[in-house]
Design a protein around this ligand. Structure first.
Ligand SMILES: [Zn+2]
Length: 115
């Protein structure tokens, strides 16, 4: 089942340039992770996060793929994420693993109109 690593956080306005440089380095680092099927790095235009809000979404084929990808030697991610954590407004960084409830043939089939 397609699995996503999703993180969100906020950055104060006076740290944006520094943050976005760190974000670009993090993005470059992810090219080492062949298991990442797609990646979105988004800045909130408006919404519930304190300004300036960021959302990061990595897509994997499965939870196994995510797990394998998170282990050495694939990963020095902690180092890459450290500047982001340091620049995030305290208490705003949240991360989790998500799945798509409709990414399931059985669920889609069950919902298909009959007749
Ligand atoms: Zn990494």
């Amino acid at each position: 089942m397609t699995t996503y690593f999703v993180a969100q956080w906020s950055v104060p306005a006076d740290r944006l340039a520094e943050h976005d440089a760190a974000l670009a380095r993090l993005l470059a680092h992810t090219h080492r992770h062949a298991a990442i099927r797609s990646l979105q790095a988004l800045r909130q235009r408006w919404g519930p996060l304190p300004r300036h809000g960021y959302l990061w979404v990595e897509e994997y084929d499965s939870l196994d793929a995510l797990d394998r990808d998170s282990r050495p030697p694939a990963c020095t991610c902690d180092e890459q994420w450290a500047p982001i954590h340091a620049l995030a407004v305290q208490g705003t960084f949240r991360a989790g693993v998500w799945t798509n409830p409709l990414d399931d043939e059985a669920a889609i089939e069950a919902a298909r109109p009959r007749g």
